[in-house]
Design a binder for this molecule. Structure first.
Ligand code: FPP
Length: 230
């Protein structure tokens, strides 16, 4: 049977720290290796026909990490934007960021905006990077913009329009490194997502691992609260 490719895959890229610690390396090297894994997955996802890929790169809770680690993650993202611009444009990727702007440095915000603008008409994979992102913060921010707009009654289907980026909900949520948690990721959007958890650490997550996640998704019976064949 032919494999059904999810339209939108969301990934909690967990386990960079453990990957590095297992090798006696600094955690920041784990994040660097994680960025390499992400590059491969973006290319592969686009190739197999995934339309949207959302990845959790930095949560609103990650500020609690050591200053060195936070600085390294900020630097990595900035370098990533600079180094990946060419390949994003060449691969027809539309680049988006979801998250709170507060606390992110003006130079990083500017680099984000520049790449969002430059890639906005690309028609291949939409890459949505969740950065300084929290699911509850996103819902509260949406509610505040609804209040500001003066609307006093809103249909469920219209709520997504007020989220950071109005893109379809993910059919598949992947979490690496074995933890059975949602960690404040896409709380509104994952209402009906299938969840796939693998023990693989994020830097080891490759094309074959994504195939396994999609294969598992293909074996699911998605009923959305209904009854099979109803
Ligand atoms: C979780 O692993 C990972 C993060 C907090 C950062 C994710 C960042 C990347 C994959 C880097 C690439 C992203 C961009 C956009 C440059 P962890 O540190 O919590 O691992 P642990 O649970 O093993 O400690």
């Amino acid at each position: 049977m032919e494999s059904k490719i999810p339209n939108h895959i969301a990934i909690i890229m967990d386990g960079n720290g453990r990957w590095a610690e297992k090798r006696g390396l600094p955690r920041t090297l784990g994040h660097k290796e994680g960025a390499n894994a992400l590059r491969k997955i973006i290319t592969y996802a686009g190739k197999i026909g995934v339309k949207y890929l959302t990845v959790y790169a930095f949560s609103t809770e990650n500020w609690k990490r050591s200053k060195d680690e936070v600085d390294a993650l900020m630097f990595l993202f900035k370098t990533y934007l600079k180094n990946e611009e060419k390949s994003i444009m060449k691969n027809n990727v539309r680049f988006l960021v979801s998250g709170r702007k507060d606390d992110v440095s003006p130079s990083l915000l500017e680099a984000i905006k520049k790449l969002e603008d430059k890639s906005k008409n690309n028609t291949g994979l939409t890459l949505n990077i969740a950065f300084n992102y929290g699911g509850r913060a996103e819902i509260v921010d949406a509610v505040n913009s609804i209040l500001k707009s003066g609307i006093d009654n809103l249909a469920e289907e219209d709520f997504s329009k007020y989220l950071y980026n109005n893109i379809p909900d993910p059919e598949l949520l992947v979490r690496t490194s074995g933890e059975l948690r949602i960690s404040n990721f896409l709380l509104w959007q994952i209402a009906y997502s299938e969840i796939y958890i693998t023990d693989a650490l994020w830097p080891d997550f490759d094309e074959k691992e994504l195939d396994k996640a999609i294969e598992s998704y293909n074996g699911r019976d998605r009923r959305f609260g209904g009854v099979k064949n109803a």
